[in-house]
Write a protein that binds this ligand. Structure first.
Ligand code: ZN
Length: 246
């Protein structure tokens, strides 16, 4: 499970190498935006034949949503991305759906089930509202760049309060066996721009037979990405935050 790659090819490379062989790859969106390698990252995701949904930065870079809704640094990076994206990359991003349900019945979105493009799920309160907005037992998502597992025993038709939702934060090596009778909102974390204070690339492995979810953090050459961003004239704040993981 990959997400929020944000055109960070060195981070994506170490993650793919670390993960090794997987039966299938899922990506919760934002393949591009912020980082300096958008075409390369699109090509890598295509090569994996990943199930992929679109994120706000993917849509911003191809002009499908208004750039005025982004903060100034994100907007500058989106404009730069739009200028350098090759036609084949744009076609790929344009074809991505906002939501995808897998054969086994897991939902994949970028932001949240009720607003796949823009909503951040950072609290049990917002998670509770979203547990009423999808039928599947698991929803994998991204967008906040903070890996986390929200869960509830409440059913879709219930009026779900925030006290009915648990939040488990995760770190490198966290292993969770998903329980029958519970529903989950899983933020898979960010490959290319983590914001939970740990600058290492984040991804998750989901063993769908055993229903086991494992999170991993992997070091990558941050300085290389920062150097390339400087050469491309991308905003200083975006360059510095990579090393901070914020
Ligand atoms: Zn993102």
């Amino acid at each position: 499970m990959l997400g929020d790659i944000h055109a960070n090819l060195p981070a994506l490379h170490v993650v793919l190498e670390h993960a090794g062989k997987c039966d299938s790859w899922w990506c919760v969106g934002d393949v591009v935006g912020y980082g300096p390698f958008p075409n390369e990252c699109v090509k890598a995701i295509k090569k994996l034949r990943a199930v992929c949904v679109c994120g706000n930065h993917d849509l911003g870079a191809i002009g499908s949503i208004k750039l005025t809704d982004f903060n100034v640094d994100a907007r500058i990076a989106c404009e730069w991305t739009g200028e350098v994206l090759e036609d084949s990359s744009k076609d790929f991003l344009r074809a991505l759906p906002q939501r995808h349900t897998t054969k086994r019945g897991e939902l994949v979105v970028h932001g949240s089930p009720r607003d796949p493009v823009w909503e951040y799920i950072l609290s049990t309160k917002i998670a509770a509202l979203n547990f009423s907005a999808f039928e599947e037992n698991i929803c994998f998502h991204g967008h906040s760049h903070v890996p986390a597992i929200f869960s509830t025993r409440a059913e879709v038709k219930d009026k779900i309060s925030e006290t009915a939702v648990e939040l488990d934060s995760v770190k490198d090596g966290s292993r969770t066996v998903l329980e029958d009778g519970k529903r989950y909102l899983v933020n898979v974390g960010s490959v290319g721009q983590p914001r939970d204070g740990d600058p290492r690339a984040c991804y998750a492995i989901y063993d769908s037979d055993g229903r086991i979810l494992t999170f991993h953090r992997v070091e990558y050459p941050i300085g290389e990405v920062q150097q390339r961003m400087k050469e491309e004239g991308l905003p200083t704040f975006l360059i510095e935050r990579l090393a901070l993981g914020r």
